[in-house]
Design a protein around this ligand. Structure first.
Ligand SMILES: Nc1ncnc2c1ncn2[C@@H]1O[C@H](COP(=O)(O)OP(=O)(O)OP(=O)(O)O)[C@@H](O)[C@H]1O
Length: 253
């Protein structure tokens, strides 16, 4: 992945346009979710700010994916609310949230194998908040997909490239909020470094990012604020240096 232009060197504190945006764009309040009799989310509050990278970490089974699904609209919480800007979107399905500017990537890659790279990205543009052909080209360039690879079918491309295609697809609709589920899964060290630069550049440009990630070193180098989940609750929040390295941290670094 090529260097993204304008990437910030440091993620903290937010700079540029982001500084003025002090109110959260996406908020979750008192979210509860159950699977049968099992409580997976037990009153989660979360704020996602424009121009910042917010990370959620925690041990297996903590409820991270359940929270992610509630934000993306693929799971309805039993109680609590999700708001985008001032609007209550708790009852809106995923595609309606995408239209309003909440884009996501998937832990299991989700691209159309028979479509080319550029066609996949165009699909994302059509599903998003803004349909602007220029956005597709800009996004392909940002992710280093504007060379010959743009005309190749997605089927058979390496994981690192497909992760970029998926990210490009999510970005092509010019989202206000980008939800990333394990974005570094399957990437090598160089690809993770390149991904980090792209995500920081997006945040510097004002996008709100939420990352659910197992790789705590990536989170340490990426996030402005980290929330640690355990047993369906957020048990610690703060800058990565404070939260991840705290003695006995539930983040487990
Ligand atoms: N569809 C389901 N049916 C029943 N239980 C589920 C279901 N999905 C998740 N759970 C349970 O809910 C709890 C939270 O799961 P969740 O996947 O949200 O955790 P997680 O923090 O994302 O874990 P991981 O890091 O392993 O992905 C776990 O105990 C899990 O077994």
């Amino acid at each position: 992945m090529p260097r993204a232009g304008g990437a910030r060197q440091a993620a903290r504190p937010p700079t540029g346009r982001a500084t003025a945006a002090s109110s959260p764009v996406l908020t979750a309040r008192r979210l509860h979710a159950h699977y049968g009799g099992f409580t997976a989310l037990d009153g989660v509050d979360l704020d996602v700010f424009p121009g910042r990278i917010t990370a959620v970490v925690g041990p297996n089974g903590a409820g991270k994916s359940t929270l992610f699904h509630c934000l993306a609209g693929t799971l309805r919480p039993a109680r609590g609310s999700v708001r985008l800007g001032g609007r209550d979107i708790t009852a809106l399905p995923a595609h309606a949230r995408t239209r309003l500017g909440v884009a996501r990537t998937f832990q299991q890659l989700a691209v159309f194998p028979s479509l080319t790279v550029a066609e996949n990205v165009r699909v994302g543009a059509e599903q998003g908040r803004v349909t602007d052909p220029g956005t597709v080209e800009r996004t392909l360039r940002l992710l280093g997909l504007d060379g010959p690879v743009r005309a190749l079918p997605a089927a058979g491309l390496p994981t690192g490239t497909l992760r970029r295609v998926e990210l490009a697809r999510a970005l092509a609709g010019a989202p206000r909020v980008l939800l990333l589920d394990e974005p570094a899964a399957g990437l090598d060290t160089a690809e993770v470094a390149a991904l980090t630069r792209v995500l920081k550049a997006l945040a510097a440009d004002g996008t709100a990012l939420l990352v659910v990630e197992h790789d705590l070193d990536l989170v340490a180098g990426l996030a402005d604020v980290v929330h640690v989940m355990t047993a369906g609750r957020i048990v610690a929040s703060g800058p990565p240096g404070r939260v991840l390295d705290a003695p006995g941290s539930a983040a487990g670094r």
